[in-house]
Design a protein around this ligand. Structure first.
Ligand code: PMP
Ligand code: GLN
Length: 384
């Protein structure tokens, strides 16, 4: 495929597309792109089928079907004590990806700056570029993925418009602590910044608890919180997400969304509304099973001699392959299918300057335990 020019030149092919094609071409076990190899709860799938059969197949309202906007508002109230008006303060989006892009396009003017913690989910820098905004990085450092508050302050300028925070964090699995969230909130309030949060892993938490930035002092009315159903319910292909925030900010996101997709798949919205309404009873079993798979896989990687940064959340684990004599994560991942028949993702691509992530590799453990065991057995070839 010809590479794009102009401001999208650095964003030709996502690492997930590259690594999934490699997995398909080589018949490898794909622990690269993060998607489960089992479907989510039957009753949510049945709700989608029922919505299709009931004729919910034409354009929904651009903001989302009322049942889903109400279910999202109820979820935010039940889980976090946050109140949003489903009419004006909740917007359904085509996955979190569109929510984030529409927020950046709607909230930033060309030349505005956006502060992002790196390693960062790949769509952030691309979406900021589409908005004409400039991203400024604050680096998280292993082993605890800590950051220096001075780095955050140094990343600010008079053009800073917003801080984009992903917690729980992909790729590291970090949950930002209350102290870190307080510091970010303090900066946002002092400098009158908007916060855009990506909370797609809010329910895949194994240690501690997720605290939305919007719950911190002064933040509710300056935060757009984005999440989606893909991870929570194991239906990543449905692409149902949402954004919540004060009406004025959500109105800007809606304005952008209108001309990106206009509206989002109708029957899946009804199904996700049913899932959110059922709540914990559907989410808890997945969380428990993912925690066990995290431990199975992390223990196995450790036994192979990799340095493992065991995640408190998400379904990714980051390792440092320097401990097995590797010095380049991208080269390691490109060669891994031929060596072992396994695909992983180099975390170096999630940094602006790849140096701090040069030897970091991310593995997705949201796969059946037998597949994880098979992958670990194949990875034994690394030692030979
Ligand atoms: N944000 C993060 C941090 C992610 O890992 C992902 C991948 N699911 C997304 C956003 C995209 O979510 P969605 O599939 O709902 O667009
Ligand atoms: N969020 C998933 C990951 O980080 C998938 C992303 C994608 O395919 N764009 O692997």
């Amino acid at each position: 495929m010809p590479a794009p020019g102009g401001r999208l030149a650095p964003f030709a092919t996502t690492i997930f597309a590259e690594m999934t094609s490699l997995a398909v071409a080589t018949g490898s076990i794909n622990l690269g792109q993060g998607f489960p190899d089992t479907d989510g709860p039957e009753q949510i799938a049945e709700a989608a089928v029922a919505a299709i059969r009931a004729g919910q197949n034409q354009y929904p309202p651009g903001s989302g079907v009322p049942a889903l906007r109400q279910a999202v508002a109820a979820h935010q109230r039940r889980c976090y004590g946050l109140d949003y008006d489903p009419e004006r303060e909740v917007l359904v989006t085509t996955g979190a990806t569109e929510g984030i892009a529409a927020a950046l396009i709607g909230l930033c003017e060309p030349g505005d700056e956006v502060v992002v913690f790196e390693p960062f989910y790949d769509s952030y820098a691309a979406a900021a570029a589409m908005a004409g905004a400039v991203s400024r990085m604050v680096t998280l450092r292993a082993p605890r993925w800590s950051w220096d508050p001075e780095d955050l302050r140094a990343a600010l300028s008079p053009r800073t418009r917003l801080v984009l925070l992903n917690s729980p964090h992909n790729p590291t699995g970090k949950i930002f602590s209350h102290e870190e969230l307080r510091e970010i909130a303090r900066v946002c309030v002092e400098r009158d910044l908007v916060a855009l949060t990506d909370e797609v892993y809010e329910h895949l938490v194994y240690e501690g608890a997720h605290a939305p930035l919007a719950t911190f002092d002064g933040m509710r009315d300056r935060t757009v919180s984005v999440s989606s159903a893909g991870k929570t319910f194991s239906f990543t292909g449905w692409k149902i997400g949402w954004a919540c925030g004060p009406a004025e900010l959500v109105g800007r996101v809606r304005a952008a969304k209108q001309y990106l997709t206009f509206a989002t798949g109708t029957p899946f919205q009804y199904a996700v509304a049913a899932g959110l309404t059922a709540g914990d009873e559907l989410i808890e079993p997945l969380r428990r099973s993912l925690r066990a798979r995290r431990d199975l896989f992390c223990d196995g990687l450790e036994a192979l001699g990799l340095t493992v940064y065991r995640p408190g959340a998400t379904y990714f684990v980051t390792t440092d392959v320097a401990s097995i004599g590797e010095d380049d994560a991208l080269a390691f991942c490109r060669g891994l299918p031929a060596r072992c028949g396994v695909v992983a993702v180099p975390s170096s691509v999630f940094y602006r300057d790849p140096a701090p992530g040069k030897t970091l590799v991310r593995w997705a453990f949201c796969k059946r335990p037998e597949l994880l065991r098979d992958a670990l057995a194949r990875l034994e070839a690394l030692g030979r």
